[in-house]
Write a protein that binds this ligand. Structure first.
Ligand SMILES: C[S@@+](CC[C@H](N)C(=O)[O-])C[C@H]1O[C@@H](n2cnc3c(N)ncnc32)[C@H](O)[C@@H]1O
Length: 296
């Protein structure tokens, strides 16, 4: 079966109305995309912000009368419209092809569950893309995974603050850490993290997840040998006291989610307690690492 797709371009305020109009005149799906390279980084929980300039694509069955569809839409949105034929494919397979096993450092691999890990003897983390952030494809996650791979984690305790899919906490556990705590302000992320830890054979007692307001030091029971946080620069500044309070004297702090232009400000913010250095850079993103002194 082939499909017809109608592409339209509009401003943020008109998106909801136009989306309803496309569905009302027979679209089986409407896709919204950025039309002006305006990244929307990490929306708050429950927020679905839109781009100022948005491209809408309405998907119609091949036998749709597109002249009749266009006649029902306001003339001003049809200025640059395009109608294209979209050949049908095995879309699930197309999507799955994007996710191949990825290697991080010496021994760590992240593999989708539908493929055999390429090296049975490696540390293989099984993880499928889902609703929570963290598959290993983003530079910030990749840099943290490479750092984890090179750390002596055996027997260590780890806090993964902003755990998303749980990829960093579960990687640390698979690399030998004894216990981990995953914290996220998105309940969906906690569900995903717990599910991913089970899929990777992590014992329930080894991995706890919690919303930030439920995280009392008493629940977790101890300060961690390693605190890792891959969040954006703003939250990393706001959360500095919290992150440091989780970190044992002598423990490591690993931070990502900031651009290289933001690293000096962030380093200055943490310097009174932890001296952070840039340990990796991928594209414009940097990864910082430092040790809390043994006695503050
Ligand atoms: C960039 S993702 C990182 C996910 C995963 N750790 C990784 O490295 O791929 C950041 C995560 O932090 C969470 N987050 C953002 N602000 C937060 C906050 N103030 N407290 C706790 N979690 C937060 C988001 O919900 C998201 O799951």
């Amino acid at each position: 079966m082939t499909w017809l797709q109608l592409r339209l371009y509009t401003q943020r305020d008109s998106v909801a109305t136009l989306e309803d109009q496309l569905l009302a005149c027979g679209a089986v799906a409407v896709t919204l995309e950025d039309n002006a390279d305006q990244p929307l980084l990490e929306p708050g929980v429950g927020e679905t912000p839109l781009w100022n300039q948005t491209r809408l694509t309405g998907l119609y069955p091949a036998d749709s009368d597109m002249h009749a569809v266009l006649a029902q839409l306001p003339a001003q949105v049809l200025e640059n419209h395009r109608v294209e034929i979209l050949e049908d494919k095995d879309w699930a397979r197309e999507w799955m092809q994007h996710f191949q096993p990825m290697r991080f450092g010496e021994q760590l691999w992240v593999c989708p569950s539908w493929l055999e890990p390429p090296h049975a003897g490696a540390v293989n983390l099984l993880l499928d893309p889902g609703l929570a952030f963290g598959t290993g494809t983003h530079p910030t996650t990749a840099m943290c995974l490479r750092q984890l791979d090179g750390m002596p984690l055996r027997g260590q305790t780890v806090v993964d603050y902003g755990c998303g899919s749980g990829i960093l906490a579960v990687a640390a556990l698979k690399l030998g850490a004894a216990r981990a705590l995953g914290v996220d302000n998105d309940p969906q992320a906690l569900t995903a993290s717990a599910e991913n830890s089970r899929r990777n054979g992590v014992q329930q007692a080894q991995f706890k997840v919690a919303l930030p307001q439920r995280v009392a030091m008493a629940d977790w029971g101890q300060q961690a040998d390693l605190v890792v946080a891959n969040i954006l620069s703003g939250p990393l500044v706001d959360l500095s006291d919290t992150l440091i309070s989780f970190l044992k004297p002598g423990g490591d702090l690993l931070i990502a989610g900031l651009l290289s232009s933001q690293s000096e400000t962030l380093r200055a913010h943490y310097t009174p307690v932890v001296q952070l250095s840039v340990v990796d850079q991928q594209d414009d993103w940097v990864c910082l690492r430092g040790k809390r002194p043994s006695a503050d």
